[in-house]
Structures are given as C-alpha cells and as structure tokens.
Design a binder for this molecule. Structure first.
Ligand code: HXC
Length: 260
C-alpha cells in the first residue's frame, strides 16, 4: 500500500506504524486518519504480525494532536460529532486488536496524539516527551476517547486536572501517575525489545483474552466483569497452548506456543 502520511513496516513479527508528517509534528489530518484505518485493516489481515508498535516520525513528536488547521474549519455540532465518532471508531479498532500494542512516545503526545497512545496497551516514553489533552485551550474537548481513557488510566482527579488545566505533563510525572509505563532514551528500541520478550514468553491467545477481559470488564459492573473473566478463562483452558504451557512447566522446559 502507498501511504503519504504514515509508514507501515514489518520487523519480523512486529508491525511498526509510524505517523509521519514531521513538519506538522505528525498532526492527524483526515487523510492521515484514513491511512491509519487502512493500515489497521492490513495489520488485521496479515497473519505474520503478532504485535504492533505505533510511533511518530522525526525527532520532536509522537503526534501533536488533530490537525488544528482542519479543526479550525469545522462548522456546527454535527460536523464535530461526526469527526469525533470516526476518530473514536479507529482508535477503538486499535484498542481491540487481539495482540500487544505499544506506543513509543518519542516526543509530544498531545490531544488526539495522546488519545492514540492511550488506545495502545502500553506507553513507553522518551525522557523529553510531553503529554497532555490541551483541547480546552482551543475551546474544544477531547473527542477521540480521551475523556474516557484518561480517567481509566490515571484516575478521575488526575484526569480532570490534566484536561481542565490543559497543561503538559512531562515524562517523569506521566510515569509517576501511570500514564506511561516506562521512560527510556530510545522508546522505539525498547518497545521492540518489550514486544519480542512478550512474544517469546506468553501464549498469544492468552494475551488476547487478557486484553478482552480488561477492556470489557472496565465497561460494566464488577459482578458482570467477573462473569466475563470466567467465560474468557474457560476459553483459555480450552486452548492447545494451555495444555502446552502447563505441560512444559511440569517437564521443566520452555513452552512452544502455537496460538491454538
Ligand atoms: C496542525 C500543528 C499542530 C497541530 C503543531 N503543528 N501541532 N499543525 N495541528 N496539532 C505545526 C505548527 O503549526 C508548526 O507549523 C509546526 O507544526 C511546528 O510546531 P511549532 O508550534 O512551531 O513547534 P513548537 O514551538 O516547538 O511547539 C510545539 C507544540 C505546539 C507545543 C507541540 O506545536 C502545540 O501546542 N501544538 C498544538 C498542540 C495541541 O493543541 N494539540 C491538540 C489539538 S486538538 P509551521 O507551519 O508554523 O512550521 C485535538 C482534538 C482531538 O487533538 C479531538 C477532535 C475531535
């Protein structure tokens, strides 16, 4: 596929999606969103891809948000609502991928950029990264899932602070409140290492089921969530990899997971 605003690469089992408009700090215009949606489709269809890393091109930004030149042109509630729903849908598709997804946050992750990073399972940031949802400073609110994902990650009080003040959170604070999982000099290299380690150790179906249990559980009551857990636990027990994993432990050898 030919893309203008992103690149989609494969490094062994790892898909690498780079948002690549460095002159605009990788801001997400409509065309870039369209390309991201196409890339997600390609990734879903490619059986070789077992984990996804999302990062930003250039050395300043992960993604500095929705493209403000386009947002400035929006007229009326319907247009805005539509834009929000479309972006939400694409980020939901990312969050529902059945394998590990990592954001390598190599600089600014603001607005829609932080929302993209939060749609991934884990965030690994560079020491100079700055994260935030500054939409209110533009007279907007986050519209790609941010008002919901941020409180789930850092708690309601911290999320309200970050969104209402519009302030930028540095990597160190982001780490201390659990918004990023790790802070390292080379986040893309570390994300690859993390992903390869996961792929070498854990059963792929189990990873997918854990993600599903957490995601669906966060959407419902505790009681219903426990039922969801039990259902998915049942599915894990029914896999070949569960037999292999437990047998390998008993035989004191490394498991050979097949994703079955
Ligand atoms: C369009 C952007 C952009 C953006 C940066 N640029 N962010 N263009 N949309 N979100 C452009 C700048 O206009 C500039 O273009 C170039 O990228 C470099 O940026 P500078 O501002 O010159 O860099 P710097 O001074 O280092 O400041 C970096 C920054 C600042 C602090 C990240 O660029 C910034 O505040 N950007 C906006 C961040 C933001 O508010 N994001 C939220 C967007 S709203 P030129 O042509 O001058 O070189 C959003 C809503 C989502 O995401 C929900 C919608 C439904």
């Amino acid at each position: 596929a030919e893309f203008e605003n992103i690149t989609l690469d494969q490094d062994g089992p790892l898909g690498i999606l780079t948002i690549n408009r460095p002159k605009s700090l990788n801001a997400l215009n409509i065309e870039t969103f369209r390309e991201i949606a196409e890339a997600i489709m390609l990734i879903e269809e490619n059986p070789e891809v077992e984990a996804l890393i999302v990062t930003g091109g250039g050395d300043k930004a992960f993604v500095a948000g929705a493209d403000i030149t386009e947002v400035a042109e929006l007229e009326g509630a319907f247009n805005g609502r539509d834009l929000s729903l479309q972006g939400q849908d694409i980020f939901q598709q990312i969050s529902q991928l059945p394998f590990l997804t990592l954001a390598a946050v190599n600089g600014y992750a603001l607005g829609g950029g932080l929302e993209l990073a939060m749609a991934c399972d884990l965030r690994i940031a560079s020491p100079g990264a700055k994260l935030g949802l500054p939409e209110a400073t533009l007279g907007l609110i986050p519209g790609y899932g941010g008002t919901q994902r941020l409180p789930r990650l850092v708690g309601v009080g911290r999320a309200l602070d970050i969104m209402i003040s519009g302030r930028l959170v540095d990597a160190r604070e982001a780490h201390s409140i659990g918004l990023v999982n790790e802070v390292v000099d080379q986040p893309l290299d570390r994300a690859k290492e993390y992903a390869r380690n996961v792929l070498s150790k854990t059963a792929p179906l189990a990873v997918g089921l854990i993600k599903e249990a957490v995601r669906r559980g966060m959407d419902t009551t505790f009681g219903d969530a426990l039922e969801i857990e039990a259902d998915l636990f049942g599915m894990a027990v029914a896999t070949e990899d569960r037999k292999e994993g437990t047998q390998a432990f008993l035989e004191k050898r490394k498991p050979n997971f097949k994703g079955e």
